[in-house]
Design a protein around this ligand. Structure first.
Ligand code: MF3
Ligand code: CO
Length: 254
């Protein structure tokens, strides 16, 4: 969406603040032995207690065969996106866990994701997380009025190259606001100068996804979970931002 009024912007800010609060609460529960379903229940409770609604539960993104069956996506190690929480999935020490959450407040949607380690973080995981965070920051810097959507992807791609990580090229960010996913799609690759022009008021969810391997992904038999073809681990960080005059305001500040 393109937020024009003060009221729309205030609703989006509240949405983003509440989302960040819930995501932080959920992240605090991550420890060995916890099931991913427990995290989902906590996300659900956190959203409801704030008078918000889940963006993902019952939502069918374009191209998906069924509505998403949970509130939270919990994506572990070689899984890349859209991991479905389950009572039989116990987290273990050293797992690399991506938590992806979306909600609406008063009809305004925001979307964010973080990756955390279960208790201990090995050096390779730390580097992968550092690179993905850096890519998100680089993408946000390019998200300003007058630039193009491809400038965001080019900045993200450059960080992947610098570190030597794979990029899941078919996955990426999106505009958001009145719906969980709006056009345009925001690829995590360039070229610079390509795509739609960025204008003040655009609300965007940027989500770089890096893998330790070549970035090729396959879809699981649950028809939701994508995992890396080579079994390497994957990390994502996502933020919803509002494009202002010459910078972007982060709506989901953790
Ligand atoms: N942040 C993710 C995305 O934009 C989560 C989508 S969840 C689902 O793709 F509900 F669409 F499955
Ligand atoms: Co998203």
């Amino acid at each position: 969406m393109i937020a024009k009024t003060k009221e729309e912007i205030e609703n989006l800010r509240t949405s983003g603040r509440m989302l960040a609060e819930v995501l932080k609460e959920v992240a605090l529960l991550v420890k060995p032995g916890v099931t991913t379903a427990t995290l989902d229940l906590a996300a659900q409770a956190g959203i409801e207690s704030r008078g918000c609604k889940s963006a993902f539960f019952g939502y069918t993104p374009e191209g998906a065969p069924h509505p998403y069956p949970a509130t939270l996506c919990v994506t572990v190690n070689d899984e890349v996106v859209h991991g479905i929480p389950s009572e039989s999935r116990l987290l273990k020490e050293g797992d690399l866990v991506m938590l992806d959450l979306g909600l609406s407040y008063n009809g305004y949607f925001t979307d964010a994701a973080i990756t955390v380690c279960v208790r201990t973080c090995d050096e390779a995981a730390k580097r992968l997380m550092e690179a993905t965070r850096k890519a998100l920051d680089a993408g946000i810097k390019e998200a300003r009025a007058g630039n193009r959507i491809g400038d965001i992807g080019a900045a993200i791609e450059a960080v992947a190259k610098e570190y030597g990580y794979g990029l899941a090229e078919d996955l990426g960010g999106h505009a958001i606001g009145k719906k969980p996913h709006e056009k345009p799609f925001i690829a995590n690759i360039g070229p610079k100068g390509s795509g739609e022009k960025i204008v003040e008021g655009m609300v965007l969810a940027l989500e770089p996804i890096f893998t330790e391997g070549n970035g090729k992904i396959i879809l699981d038999s649950d028809e939701w979970t994508y995992r890396t073809e080579d079994g390497s681990r994957s990390v994502e960080f996502e933020k919803t931002i509002l494009v202002t005059k010459d910078t972007a305001e982060i709506l989901t500040v953790l």
